[in-house]
Design a protein around this ligand. Structure first.
Ligand SMILES: CC(C)(COP(=O)(O)OP(=O)(O)OC[C@H]1O[C@@H](n2cnc3c(N)ncnc32)[C@H](O)[C@@H]1OP(=O)(O)O)[C@@H](O)C(=O)NCCC(=O)NCCS
Length: 181
């Protein structure tokens, strides 16, 4: 099992709580934040409440999902969908726009990959997908030393699928991560 709380130099990653819905609404109602995310638009209070309730109820053994806390407020989230049978984990992450460009997500993703390989001895790879135009997300994966394994013709999510936008897949294998670290 991955730890429910991870502390990095500047961030606290911890389990979601129902009390986080206000903080989520404050950043998720921003259309620039959700440009590449499959979330309802417009994003209303009930969407934040439903989303947080869903994260609280996730099965931690297969989908650990942390709130990213900055200065005491839930300011984003990061999750790892674990496929134990195929020994891989798939990352998802998003951060409130006011905090972009400070290296926070690179710090959060690094901590989660570290924790995943340390806590799950059978885990062989961590991967993530992004819209091919999501430069910031791609930059995070490149800064971490993940490898672009290819492009796919349709980003595999929501309205991006309908718009036929291209996606990219990045991954890092356990032995590569040990080398990078
Ligand atoms: C993707 C996201 C999580 C990145 O978070 P972040 O904390 O700003 O990331 P970091 O600061 O660690 O790194 C971002 C990098 O992208 C770069 N970047 C950001 N926007 C860019 C742009 N439009 N063009 C080129 N580079 C860009 C930053 O300069 C930085 O690189 P640098 O350190 O070399 O300068 C954030 O933009 C976000 O939440 N976006 C909305 C949700 C989303 O798209 N999630 C990913 C779904 S796959």
């Amino acid at each position: 099992m991955l730890p429910e709380r991870i502390e990095t130099e500047r961030l606290v990653l911890r389990r979601w709580s129902l009390a986080d819905a206000d903080d989520v609404l404050a950043y998720a109602a921003d259309p620039e934040w959700s440009r590449f995310l499959p979330v309802p638009k417009p994003y209303e209070r009930r969407h934040a409440e439903e989303a947080v309730a869903g994260w609280v109820l996730e099965d931690w053994s297969t989908n650990p999902d942390w709130a990213i806390e900055i200065a005491g407020r839930a300011s984003g989230g990061i999750n790892l969908r674990i496929d134990h049978q195929h020994r891989r984990g798939e990352l998802g992450y998003a951060l409130a726009r006011r905090h972009w460009g400070n290296g926070f997500m690179t710090e959060a993703v690094r901590a989660v990959i570290d924790a995943a390989f340390a806590s799950l001895p059978d885990l062989a790879r961590v991967q993530a997908g992004a819209n091919a135009r999501n430069t910031a997300s791609i930059r995070v994966m490149e800064k971490l030393g993940m490898t672009c394994e290819g492009t796919i013709p349709h980003a595999p999510r929501g309205e991006q699928l309908e718009r036929r936008e291209a996606g990219v897949i990045y991954a890092v294998l356990r032995e590569e991560w040990e080398e990078i670290r």
